[in-house]
Design a protein around this ligand. Structure first.
Ligand code: COA
Length: 298
């Protein structure tokens, strides 16, 4: 689908995107590139990075892949430094790297829980922490009064509760908290806007392939209809809005992009029944409250 934004809204910006070689991260890399940004992508697998960077470059986007694991502080520091050497600066950090799999709590070891917290929460914090010196106001490529931007990719699982994802729910709750705290502290001190995006189920992503794989599809649709799946494009457009000047007054927000799915719940009574019964119940309740008033007056 064609982007509704002008092609130069990120002109001159350099974006650094963890998990930018595949899925939602790759779509954000692509759309940021198509709207004028140079793109540094970070990931663990060299061949994925190379293929992604080559695809971006084939569209005329300045792009390069940097190998590293967000769980390792030394990788984070090295890769950010390499990106700054390559592109001259970093304006936007997108934390898209994440880990997920389905498991019930009784089958999830503390180490498995910790692994996802390490990737999603600690990894996000580590990247923010190591990127601060490039993102803050007055740094390389930034004006004395303007800083950069951080976007943390989150989820909606923890707004309520999600089956078989206790680890990811806890990890993303921490990510949202980091988003708000950094928005407060680094927004105030360094002019860095910090926001998040909470995608719903997005089709054709590694996440969906892991959480609703073909092997589980039949069973899955029995217990939880897929509702409307989103597209990677939907998330990239939200990221563009937040990263562009259109979002210049938005700080500390996690934008939910899920078609309203997290609000959905089974209808406990049909519309026809409501129509039929609501007035009857109302009449009855008025009658009984009149009764109460009359009695109390006596
Ligand atoms: N069910 C239960 N436990 C699982 C599991 C599963 N499906 N997959 C892994 N684990 C456990 C392992 O058994 C291990 O725990 P243990 O030491 O107590 O046995 C722990 O998780 C770490 O697993 P390991 O394979 O050593 O970690 P890793 O660093 O190689 O991989 C993952 C990390 C497990 C998160 C892996 O899925 C990953 O790399 N994910 C990134 C990509 C991704 O998930 N994309 C979707 C994003 S939405």
């Amino acid at each position: 689908m064609e982007s509704p934004f002008k092609a130069d809204i990120l002109k001159g910006k350099v974006a650094f995107i963890t998990g930018g070689g595949s899925g939602i991260g790759f779509e954000i890399s692509t759309q940021f590139g198509r709207h004028g940004a140079a793109v540094a992508i970070m990931g663990r697998r060299r061949h994925v990075l190379d293929a992604a960077a080559a695809a971006l470059r084939s569209e005329g986007i300045r792009a390069f892949g940097f190998e590293g694991d967000v769980r390792k502080k030394e990788d984070a520091a090295r890769v950010l430094e390499e990106a700054v050497k390559h592109f001259g600066k970093i304006d936007i950090l997108v934390n898209g790297a994440a880990g997920n799999f389905l498991a019930s709590p009784e089958d999830l070891s503390p180490n498995a829980f910790r692994t996802v917290i390490d990737i999603d929460s600690v990894g996000t914090y580590t990247m923010c922490h190591e990127a601060l010196k490039y993102l803050k106001k007055g740094e390389q490529g930034k004006g004395p009064a303007t800083g950069g931007l951080i976007l943390n990719i989150s989820a909606t699982l923890h707004y309520t509760a999600a089956w078989y994802q206790i680890h990811v729910s806890a990890a993303k709750a921490a990510v949202d908290s980091v988003t708000r705290s950094l928005a407060l502290e680094w927004g105030t001190d360094y002019d860095i806007r910090v926001n998040g995006i909470a995608p719903g189920p997005i089709e054709d992503t590694p996440g969906m392939r892991k959480l609703a794989p073909e092997e589980m599809q039949n069973k899955y649709s029995e217990f939880g209809p897929l509702y409307k799946l989103g597209e990677k494009w939907d998330i990239a457009m939200a990221a563009l809005y937040l990263a562009s000047d259109a979002g210049k007054y938005v700080n500390g927000t996690t934008l939910i992009v899920d078609g309203g799915l997290w609000l959905s719940r089974p209808r406990h009574i049909s519309k026809e029944e409501v129509k039929k019964l609501s007035r009857v119940v109302e009449k009855k309740s008025r009658k009984s409250s009149v009764g109460v008033v009359t009695t109390s007056k006596l």
